[in-house]
Design a protein around this ligand. Structure first.
Ligand SMILES: Nc1ncnc2c1ncn2[C@@H]1O[C@H](COP(=O)(O)OP(=O)(O)OP(=O)(O)O)[C@@H](O)[C@H]1O
Length: 314
């Protein structure tokens, strides 16, 4: 058992060799990571790679079929799921959204909405909120009960580029103000929140892990993205020497095919970019970024993602 404590750096949750089996299939296997107080851990990986499954195992929503999950006793978790089952045909105000899962003192509700920057929207209909405002409302709901660990499953979905930066700023200020640990799930394989302490790349198992590049040090990056973005986003560049085939098997660089791979198999070549700005501005592999619709930032984004062909996830 992890011991309770309030000190920064105390382990809040840790996963050891965790596997989740459903319908005869391992959704994830060999997952290992931990989140400590004050730490930001970002899970990345392609669709279906087991990010949500791993996060759910971490907070106890899902019971692992192998391995161990330890949470410190009495751990309070604030969870923003990827999808919410809300009946959108019924009117729902932000105030009501905040108390859907239980009562909340008015003062705590106000404080959470203020921290999330949407105190003025307390009476607004949730259906009418913009993507960014909706994510803020969900975040306010999650922080209102003062969690030790905040789990955010794709918090920037449906949010434009500047909204994404603003949300990451908010996440950073929540962490700084409360000292909670944050487990972030990102749909983006190559750009993560700069404050991230550890990036875990999943593809049914932990493919690789590392710290994001400190892009804020790069003057060119600052010029392209603007200083605010450069303080907020970081490029995580990496490549794997194996490809996951559609049937779940793994094709290795030497042409051999195995049923699965684990970090200890030694099939992984890792390259974490701490070294160079060149990773962000190298050859263009023609990667189309998820934010294609953000015209004013197209150039900057494509530029920053130019090495994305490296991450050979199947
Ligand atoms: N209860 C379940 N039973 C069977 N399969 C499941 C179950 N839950 C998830 N899966 C499958 O497990 C795999 C991992 O799902 P998960 O939601 O963890 O992935 P993800 O990395 O979060 O994906 P995305 O980026 O698309 O949200 C997927 O192939 C999914 O279809």
């Amino acid at each position: 058992m992890l011991s309770p404590a309030n000190a920064k750096g105390e382990r809040l949750v840790s996963l050891e060799d965790v596997g989740v089996l459903r319908g005869g299939r391992w959704l994830v296997r060999g997952v290992e990571f931990s989140v400590s107080r004050g730490e930001i851990v970002t899970l990345i990986g392609p669709n279906g790679s087991g990010k949500s499954t791993s996060a759910k195992a971490a907070i106890g929503v899902l019971k692992p079929d192998e391995g161990r999950v330890e949470r410190f006793p009495g751990l309070k978790v604030g969870y923003v799921p990827q999808k919410l089952s809300i009946d959108w045909t019924l009117p729902l105000t932000v105030r009501r959204l905040m108390t859907l899962t239980g009562p909340l003192p008015e003062r705590d509700m106000q404080a959470a909405l203020e921290a999330a920057g949407i105190a003025h929207m307390i009476g607004a209909e949730v259906q009418h909120l913009s993507g960014g405002e909706f994510q803020r409302a969900l975040m306010a709901r999650a922080i209102a009960r003062k969690p030790d660990l905040l789990v955010l499953d794709e918090p920037v979905q449906g949010v434009d580029f500047s909204g994404e930066i603003a949300l990451y700023d908010l996440i950073k200020s929540i962490r700084n103000a409360s000292g909670c640990g944050i487990l972030l799930i990102s749909h983006d394989l190559h750009v993560v929140m700069a404050e991230t302490d550890t990036v875990i790349c999943l593809n049914g198992h932990v493919c690789c892990r590392g710290t994001p590049e400190a892009v804020s040090r790069s003057p060119e990056y600052v010029r392209l993205f603007g200083s605010r973005a450069a303080q907020t986003l970081a490029v995580y560049s990496h490549h794997h020497d194996h490809t996951h085939l559609p049937d779940g098997r793994v094709l290795h660089a030497d042409g051999s095919v195995t049923d699965h791979c684990h970090p200890e198999d030694g099939h992984h070549a890792h390259e974490h970019a701490h070294d160079s700005h060149e990773h962000a501005h190298g050859q263009d592999h023609g990667h189309a970024h998820a934010h294609d619709d953000h015209h004013e930032h197209d150039h900057a984004h494509e530029h920053a993602h130019s090495r994305s062909g490296e991450g050979r996830h199947a």
